[in-house]
Design a protein around this ligand. Structure first.
Ligand code: NI
Length: 160
């Protein structure tokens, strides 16, 4: 188990579409222990495996105040999404940028746990928003891709 460095945009690994997890063995769970250690150490509300260079469909979230409600989603799929809202987001892989994006605030998700067991979950509000942000990472997308075009343009200019 180890805390790892988080990849920073424009690292090309952040742009990969991650393949599903098919083998739920000890080596997999050891890699995911690094994901969880890094997540807990930094006290983020969400983290995805590709942000550590692990190109597999796993994300972890915890939006609780006491950080006692960590949830791991392997191969998550959104079954239903509703109640769109504008929310403010930021991302450890895109330091120094905040922006408002549109997200569903009600979600039904099907996923697997670290042993491959399937479960369904209903998520609301912050928990739903956080899951969608991390799910984007599994598809090689960053929240800045969802900002209005003029914000992306301005960012490009300042990036040189
Ligand atoms: Ni992020």
């Amino acid at each position: 188990m180890a805390v790892r460095e988080v990849l920073i945009d424009p690292d090309p690994r952040l742009r990969e579409v991650c393949p599903p997890v098919e083998v739920f063995d000890d080596a997999f769970r050891e890699r995911m222990a690094d994901l969880i250690d890094t997540f807990q150490e930094n006290q983020w509300i969400g983290l995805s495996a590709p942000q550590l260079g692990l190109l597999e469909r796993v994300l972890v979230i915890d939006v609780s105040e006491n950080r006692d409600a960590m949830e791991v989603f392997v191969n998550p799929e959104v079954l239903q999404a509703s109640r769109q809202a504008i929310v403010e987001e930021s991302c450890a892989s895109v330091p120094g940028v905040e922006g408002k994006v549109m997200r569903a605030t009600r979600l039904h998700v099907r996923a697997q746990d670290l042993n491959g067991q399937y479960f369904d979950a209903a998520l609301n509000d912050m928990r739903a928003v956080c899951l969608q942000h991390e799910l984007d990472h599994l598809d090689g997308k960053l929240f800045v891709d969802r900002l209005p075009f003029w914000r992306r343009w301005r960012r490009k200019l300042s990036a040189g």
